[in-house]
Design a protein around this ligand. Structure first.
Ligand SMILES: NC(=O)c1ccc[n+]([C@@H]2O[C@H](COP(=O)([O-])OP(=O)(O)OC[C@H]3O[C@@H](n4cnc5c(N)ncnc54)[C@H](OP(=O)(O)O)[C@@H]3O)[C@@H](O)[C@H]2O)c1
Length: 229
């Protein structure tokens, strides 16, 4: 898929020094001792839409909101909606908590991409709170999803993980940029989620990146890379 007929897609994540994005209990722990979320909130303010994987939604219950009125006002002044659209992908949307923050907090519209595994009854229930699209039998066709979102006018997508979704998007060459906050922490754990999980790439399939910038803070590094196509 050409990057000209899909949105610009960037991953933004907080990562421990050893590459983990949560611990072995799937707990959301501060990745650096400053616990500062500015980079992520700035990234949200920049994006037309925010995309998260089903596990992140089920485990973290993120609101995916901008938190301050100033950020919303800046977007409105720039001709955008007050908050970005929230998007998730799940094979069976029966697993989603419709009372969670994703559905109940903030001003962003909501979109659910799912598969034929979700029952018609469940789709009708969710449609009271969000737009629902069925794009596949067992897994959502992510390329089709990106093309559809582009046609809907979404030009920039922030991906907020987790490791499985990041891997699927990278595998399909659907990621343009990665912004990382690397914290002053080692989490360990062979079962803890990392920035990119999935099956893994072989030597020839490994993705190359080009470093754009590295900024050192007191308790963290901010690293920005472009994914080489
Ligand atoms: N530190 C950070 O910046 C950060 C950011 C985000 C998340 N996290 C952490 O990451 C962990 C979760 O990561 P994860 O790797 O386990 O999961 P994930 O990537 O959030 O979600 C994976 C799930 O998303 C759904 N999915 C992804 N691609 C799909 C496709 N093409 N079609 C259908 N469904 C698809 C599937 O849900 P179904 O099982 O329903 O099919 C899949 O099991 C959490 O512990 C969270 O705290 C950390």
């Amino acid at each position: 898929m050409s990057s000209k007929n899909r949105p610009f897609v960037f991953i933004c994540a907080g990562m421990s020094l050893d590459g983990k994005i949560s611990n072995y209990k799937s707990e959301q722990i501060p990745i650096s001792s400053d616990n500062d979320k500015e980079m992520l909130l700035d990234a949200r303010a920049e994006a037309d839409a925010i995309l998260v994987g089903g596990n992140t939604l089920r485990q973290d219950d993120p609101s995916l909101t901008l938190k301050t009125q100033k950020r919303k006002n800046d977007r409105i002044r720039a001709g955008k909606s007050a908050e970005p659209i929230k998007i998730t992908v799940v094979s069976n949307a029966g697993s989603l908590d419709l009372d969670g923050k994703f559905f109940t907090e903030g001003e962003g519209d909501k979109m659910i991409f799912t598969t034929a595994k979700t029952t018609d009854r469940r789709i009708e229930e969710i449609r009271k709170k969000a737009k629902v699209y069925v794009l596949g039998e067992k897994i959502v066709d992510l390329e089709k999803m990106m093309f559809f979102l582009f046609e809907e006018g979404i030009k920039t997508i922030l991906v907020e993980g987790g490791g499985e979704l990041n891997a699927s998007l990278l595998e399909k060459d659907l990621v343009d940029e990665i912004r990382l906050k690397i914290g002053d922490l080692i989490i360990g754990g062979r079962d803890a989620a990392t920035l990119v999980d999935g099956e893994g790439f072989d030597l020839l399939g490994a993705k190359k990146v080009k470093f754009q910038s590295v900024v050192q803070g007191k308790n963290h590094l901010i690293v920005k890379v472009k994914v080489v196509k």
